[in-house]
Design a protein around this ligand. Structure first.
Ligand code: PRT
Ligand code: MG
Length: 215
């Protein structure tokens, strides 16, 4: 029974490689240089699909991939339906934050009950965060370059993932509130977990052991 793993290029692929090595699996082609979207591994029964980060849960949910690695941000936006999430891998760590222009008094705006315009790719996370605080927001859905929105008056604030903070600084934005810590999770198709348990379980356990060190 073959196994298909869904990964995105970049940080998730890079950070998952050592976990795969711990499970005795080597990916034998580099997605940054190969044009292939299905990569072979040292195990003829395991192949890797290269998909957009936000598409990983969809492939796994529908069983087009048996398992995958996705950020908590992506999983919260997807909803997690049909996915078993056995392990926090402690990789691709960052945080979800609210940021605004350096001159914008976010605290006062919130305290005075102003209606805030918030641009974000993460509309579910943002909606829940502001609803909990009782802050009225108009959410503006964007697909990238959120940092631009407050600079050109599209929004008062943004909700985005922050790692070093250098992208915010370079655009004269400041982090005004942290919403949650983010890391990436192993996700497994619920049917595959039952049908392919003998194949999947040792890999899940190897990932668990290798990632516990990073916790
Ligand atoms: O790029 P694409 O649109 O396909 O999707 P994506 O951006 O979601 O994918 P990718 O590979 O960039 O990120 C995959 C996962 O890595 C995300 O879902 C997060 O869980 C996690 N992660 C960790 C990050 C970052 N760190 C991060 N810094 N995702 C995005 N960023 C962005 C951030 O939004 C900012 O614009 O990188 C930029 C630089 O961040 P600073 O703070 O270091 O300057
Ligand atoms: Mg990206």
């Amino acid at each position: 029974m073959d196994l298909i793993l869904a990964l995105s290029k970049g940080r998730i692929f890079e950070d998952t490689l050592p976990l795969l090595e711990a499970a005795g699996i080597t990916v034998t082609e580099n997605p940054e240089t190969s044009r292939k979207l299905i990569l072979p591994t040292s195990d003829p029964g395991i192949r890797v699909l290269i998909v957009r980060a936000s598409d990983v849960p969809t492939y796994v949910q529908h069983g087009a991939a048996d398992f995958g690695v996705a950020g908590k941000d992506v999983l919260l936006e997807h909803g997690g339906e049909g996915l078993y999430q056995p392990v926090d891998l402690h990789i691709a760590k960052c945080r979800m934050s609210v940021a605004a222009r350096a001159g914008f008094d976010y605290e006062t705006a919130v305290r005075q009950g102003a209606r805030l315009r918030v641009a974000t790719k993460f509309t579910s996370i943002a909606r829940e965060h502001f609803a909990k605080k009782g802050v009225h927001v108009d959410l503006i859905k964007l697909y990238g370059s959120m940092e631009l929105a407050p600079l050109v008056g599209l929004s008062d604030a943004i909700v985005d993932v922050v790692s070093t903070g250098s992208t915010l600084r370079a655009n004269n934005l400041v982090e005004v509130e942290e919403i949650m810590d983010i890391s990436s999770r192993l996700v497994v198709n619920q049917a595959a977990l039952k049908m392919k348990r003998a194949r999947l379980q040792p890999i899940i356990e190897a990932f668990e052991r290798a990632s516990a060190a990073k916790a």
